[in-house]
Write a protein that binds this ligand. Structure first.
Ligand code: HGY
Ligand code: MN
Ligand code: MN
Length: 414
């Protein structure tokens, strides 16, 4: 079989995507498998079962990252692919899952064709990529590349209370392998775009050349609970009003800054959260992102100024805790070019682009040449059960991944 003619089996890939989506299934066709919950554990069990069926050597490291290794002919550093299978609470069926299952599909195609690559191939499944239950996001790959001490990560607290290390133990994925033991020669991640660019352009493949910086913080606003009916407006210290003022400010700031600045208040909790009580306390999260680190820092500074003025004017205290802070990342130009060349050879419309979302590839880029392949998200919808990518596009992305991984794995000099 001529390697460039190898193609994935779309039916098998889609069947596995459907099977995994049924674990933690929610209305609308999506899944909820928050990191290290029972459903995430069941999802992991299913992926490990598929890895074992395919004869891969499976290892689990101390932060719960899963690796399926397919040996090569030469004892060289492996080429790695993969992503995550944890989801947000309103997750779709492709975010992260496509990268993991397409990686397994690539290995199955090589088995079926009796092909052994020079370098070993590895599929990684990284812990807590979403950061929805434990902060920061991309936690498993961050620890894997040495960006966060293991002990600190194991002590991370879930938004519902449990300690990360205890949850790993509870679902049986506190692995024995030391983190970072597998040092890849290169890393390529296939992922849905989760934005509207490819869909609007009618382009099938995104060769992702960079990824925007991320600033996550949790704000705690302490006011004074009081009677909603008797307290004159001038005497209020209303944490609920202050939280909403932050949400409207960051929206206005992003619009005024333009230049790709985005801002989201995605989580607001009020206490005591009652109709007739002025809120004593508000806890909220702010997500700021920009491809330009200088502009991202400017957005953080403007928010800090606004918070100081708001605290003074409303007579509340505002505390801030950094949940995640990652600078923009530029992917490896040679790997990006290789993705473009493969897409061109497969007659697929392709373009270079930036990732608006965070991904495990941004962490792997700290230790090896890394890049990403995007496929279109219909109407740019993601983190929503309605998340959809056309089957032909899923297969096109998996075929670009297949050919890119085979080329990298047979190249002595990556
Ligand atoms: O937040 C993100 O960009 C990713 O979904 N973790
Ligand atoms: Mn993802
Ligand atoms: Mn996501």
């Amino acid at each position: 079989m001529n390697l460039p003619d190898l193609r994935v089996d779309g039916r098998r890939l889609l069947a596995r995507i459907d099977a995994l989506a049924r674990i933690g299934a929610i209305d609308g066709g999506g899944s909820c498998r928050l990191a290290l919950t029972d459903d995430d554990g069941r999802g992991r069990d299913q992926v490990v079962a598929w890895m074992r069926e395919q004869g891969l050597v499976v290892s689990v490291d101390a932060i719960g990252n899963l690796f399926g290794v397919r040996g090569g002919t030469d004892d060289l550093p492996p080429v790695m692919t993969g992503s995550h299978i944890d989801t947000v609470r309103t997750g779709g069926r492709y975010d992260g899952i496509l990268g993991v299952l397409a990686g397994l599909e690539v290995m199955q195609v090589l088995d079926d064709a009796g092909v052994r690559t020079r370098r070993p191939l590895v599929v990684g499944v990284f812990t807590n990529e979403e950061g929805a239950r434990f902060a920061p996001d991309m936690l498993g790959s961050l620890v894997y590349v040495g960006g966060m001490p293991l002990a600190q990560a194991l002590d991370a607290r879930a938004i519902d209370g449990p300690r990360l290390g205890d949850e790993l133990q509870r679902i049986g994925y506190a692995g024995a392998a030391p983190v970072g033991a597998l040092r890849p020669a290169a890393f390529v991640e296939l992922h849905i775009e989760q934005g509207p660019v490819l869909d609007l352009d009618g382009v099938t493949i995104g060769a992702v050349e960079d990824l925007q910086g991320i600033s996550w913080q949790e704000l705690t606003i302490t006011g004074q609970s009081n009677h909603a009916g008797t307290t004159p407006m001038r005497m209020r210290h209303d944490a609920g009003y202050a939280a909403c003022a932050v949400a409207t400010f960051v929206r206005r700031m992003a619009r005024e800054m333009g230049a790709g600045q985005v801002a989201t208040v995605g989580n607001i909790q009020l206490h005591p959260n009652l109709i007739n009580v002025i809120a004593a306390r508000a806890t909220l999260t702010v997500d700021l992102r920009n491809t330009d680190e200088t502009l991202l820092k400017r957005a953080e500074a403007w928010l800090a100024e606004f918070l100081a003025t708001l605290a003074r004017d409303e007579g509340v205290e505002i505390g801030s805790r950094v949940l995640a802070r990652f600078e923009p990342v530029v992917f490896d130009a040679a790997v990006v070019r290789r993705i473009e060349t493969v897409a061109g050879r497969l007659d697929l419309r392709h373009r270079r682009m930036t990732s608006g979302a965070g991904h495990d590839a941004q962490m792997l880029a700290r230790i090896c040449p890394a890049a990403m392949i995007f496929v279109p998200s219909v109407k740019g919808i993601s983190h929503n059960p309605a998340e959809h990518t056309q089957p032909d596009d899923l297969c096109a992305g998996a075929n670009v991944l297949l050919q890119t991984l085979v080329e990298l794995a047979n190249d002595k000099e990556v």
